[in-house]
Design a protein around this ligand. Structure first.
Ligand SMILES: NC(=O)c1ccc[n+]([C@@H]2O[C@H](COP(=O)([O-])OP(=O)(O)OC[C@H]3O[C@@H](n4cnc5c(N)ncnc54)[C@H](OP(=O)(O)O)[C@@H]3O)[C@@H](O)[C@H]2O)c1
Length: 334
């Protein structure tokens, strides 16, 4: 984990006022980074947001914020269909960009964004905050040490029952609706972090009356014979757990696995298992764990990086490719 005080304080511009609330709270409570400007379309809501989070400047639109030379980096947290346009505009304006998950609506869009960042020499990261948590660091170390033996399978899932709202961003296809893009990206990204890109993708699912994926089950196969089973839903409660299964033992990430929770590792033969547990008890509020990605982002800017070393651009694009293919097989309206 990177020490909070070891990174220079950057001036952040915030686009959006939804999940941006927990994000700025995490930043101001647990890091030395500072949100100094915010932009969204509804002026009253945006001014209230700025007041609540002690943000100095409110802009009427994202373009005005991007044009502010005093801003170092931007956090884009609009609904997903706007990520591509806003990210490209931010990069063209010379801003490093942290873009909410999913980084875009498709692998092609993700590729364009990451490519533009690389060409401009700017850091572009998807806000897959799970990657930057200490538990993910522990997992990476255990896997590198071979603690679980040959890893043969991953089982990861994330879903919930979203209230029916045909105008809301979960249900409306024009706002990027569907379980896969919103929730499924987490278990697919988790599986990718352990097993890499799949060589074969099989997806089954159901659609909502609005034409977006309501539930999805994915079987991801890999060149070494390992498999990942992924489930996601926006109409069903799902455990939101992740398990890595190997020849010497298994590792369970405590629910909800995408946030700071903890790990349980079971090794040894059946009936004689030894269990080691670890808990992340730093935060009372789950999304305060976003502080870890914020500090990591600032440290990578200081190091002159254009991509995250633990979530590289090719992997962001490959996860989007899996989502593209699953949405195609299920028949999600585009
Ligand atoms: N990391 C996480 O834990 C997490 C959690 C939830 C969501 N997310 C991701 O964050 C993104 C936003 O989700 P949300 O739940 O925050 O959605 P939301 O509650 O609908 O908020 C979206 C925000 O974007 C603003 N907005 C929309 N279009 C805009 C535009 N063209 N320019 C500037 N601002 C615009 C909206 O404000 P106005 O209407 O005033 O413009 C609103 O404040 C999604 O991609 C989602 O997947 C991540």
């Amino acid at each position: 984990m990177i020490e909070v005080d070891s990174v220079p304080t950057l001036r952040w511009g915030i686009i959006g006022t939804g999940i941006a609330g927990p994000f700025v709270r995490a930043m101001h409570l647990h890091t030395t980074q500072r949100a100094v400007a915010v932009a969204a379309r509804n002026p009253e809501k945006t001014r209230t947001f700025a007041r609540e989070h002690a943000i100095e400047v409110v802009y009427d639109d994202a373009s005005a914020l991007f044009a502010d030379p005093s801003i170092d980096v931007v956090y884009i947290s609009t609904p997903h269909p706007q990520h591509h346009r806003l990210a490209l505009e931010a990069i063209a304006a010379g801003k490093h960009a942290l873009i909410e998950k999913p980084i875009a609506m498709s692998a092609a869009e993700a590729h364009e964004i990451t490519d533009a960042g690389e060409r401009a020499g700017l850091l572009v990261m998807e806000a897959m905050w799970t990657r930057y948590l200490p538990q993910s660091d522990i997992i990476r170390q255990l896997l590198a040490d071979g603690a679980l033996g040959q890893v043969n399978a991953v089982d990861a899932n994330f879903g919930f029952s979203a209230p029916y709202d045909p105008e809301g961003r979960m249900w409306n296809k024009d706002l990027g609706g569907g379980a896969l893009l919103d929730a499924g990206v987490y278990p697919i990204s988790f599986a990718s972090s352990v097993l890499g890109a799949p060589t074969s993708i099989t997806a089954k699912g159901t659609l909502t009356s609005t034409g977006v994926d309501a539930t999805a089950g994915l079987l991801l196969e890999h060149s070494d014979g390992s498999v990942a089973l992924v489930a996601t839903s926006m109409v069903t409660s799902v455990p939101t757990t992740a398990t890595i299964m190997g020849s010497l033992g298994r590792l369970d990430v405590v629910s909800p696995f995408f946030g700071p929770t903890g790990l349980e590792v079971r090794t040894g033969s059946l009936g004689q298992e030894q269990t080691v547990a670890w808990r992340d008890e730093r935060f009372d509020v789950l999304h305060d764990g976003m502080a870890d990605e914020i500090v990591a982002f600032a440290s990578y800017v200081a190091e002159g990086r254009t991509e995250s070393p633990i979530h590289p651009h090719h992997e962001i694009v490959s996860v989007m490719n899996t989502i593209d293919e699953a949405r195609r097989q299920i028949g999600t309206a585009s």
